[in-house]
Design a protein around this ligand. Sequence first.
Ligand code: ARG
Length: 480
Amino acid sequence: MGAKRRTKKPSRTKSTGKAWAGRFTAKADPRAEAYAASLDLDIRLLPYDLVASQAHVEMLGRRKIISRAEAKKIQDSLKRIMREWERNKISPRPGDEDVHMLVERRLSELIGPVAGKMHTARSRNDQVVTDLKLYLQDECRTLIDGLRAVQRSLVKQAERHVGWLMPGYTHLQTAQPVWLSHWLLAHLKAFQRDEARFEQLLTGALDELPLGAAALAGTSHPIDRRATACLLGFSRISENSLDTVGDRDFCLEFLAALALCGVHFSRLAEELVLFSSHEFGFLTCDQGFATGSSIMPQKRNPDIAELIRGRSGRLFGNLMALLTVLKGLPLAYNRDLQEDKAAVFEAADTVVHTLIVLPPLLDTLQFHRERLEQACQLGFPTATEAADHLARQGVPFREAHAAVGRAVTWAAGQKKGLEEITLEKWRYFHPAFKPGVLADVKLSQAVTSKKSWGSTAPNQVRAALGRERKRLFPGKRVNK
Ligand code: ARG
């Protein structure tokens, strides 16, 4: 034998311990490794990763890309890992960069080199999008349930307060009286639209399978993407591999839907805060959803409503963060995309948490009829009725508006309400006023006189309540 060769030859034994070890001779800097790791966040995708891998391996076995026996071996071990997850027995190792590498590492501990066959014809790039879509499907269902619970609370309160009046506002100035139930159902409508957005996601972007796009170009293995889709419950498969691995529109759509929830939470919460103030006194938040002050003994603050209002900031922030990550990003996969999960998880958790606290907060609100009606006496909320009265007599609405405006100015100077103006006085402001004006400017009349579909008219609000009850409490009879 000659002298020992000094040139380095590729070593089969010395490895950097990574899936890509073949291409590397040096280990990753631990600081870089820590910076790149995403396991802390994406560990929650583990059950979805296992389900997606089960389907992928099943398809590989059926297509004879790996043997049936190998497929079975891998699938049995994936099931075992699922049981470990359910029993909280998954222990991450320092080298586990993300959830996908953790699963593969654990699989190879269980079955050795055959574990390496699982990754045939796929890449983490299409795998992670698949996991994320499966996770988001579940999250959407949770959010829909929560949004329906909020709507049910609003319906119950609306049913409890049929016939109660409150001032409706524009510009936060008294505008026209409405039923309290109409106001509650107004907030409900916003949450119904939110619910519909998550439904649309479920049948839209989240119903399209990414797996099979592989790293970016597809694969030379004879895979059957439709079979994988079918196994995982997706109705469609994505059409362009390059688009598939770089697309996070579904995350943005999800974040946008959450941001809109935040808009709606904050608008409702703001009114709860405002209306529970001493100045309004329309409602009181239950003690269970309020806090006192460490210094001012008299205080009962609506902190939970304030936090609901405040937390919408995070939702807008996360949408903006991911929009910024995606802007100008070249096709296809870039590691920047890993940032999707931080934004999506935080926003989803925030809304899910809010949806847990909001229904009981709403259920326990106490409304104060006297204060609501007192507030309706102020600010001439039936002035439009007087103008409509004239318009019904054939007076052009603009002329009617001006006449009633003069009447209001006069009444304000006299510190009178419109109900206290005599017919004679009304006729002084416009000769076309008829005796009926005296009833028309009454508060209750202002509500009952409404005729349009969707208005605050009692029959309209009752019909709306009936529709919402039917939609939100299917199978239950109206408890009248
Ligand atoms: N942890 C990665 C992510 O969330 C998975 C995909 C990694 N792919 C890659 N080519 N480095 O995006």
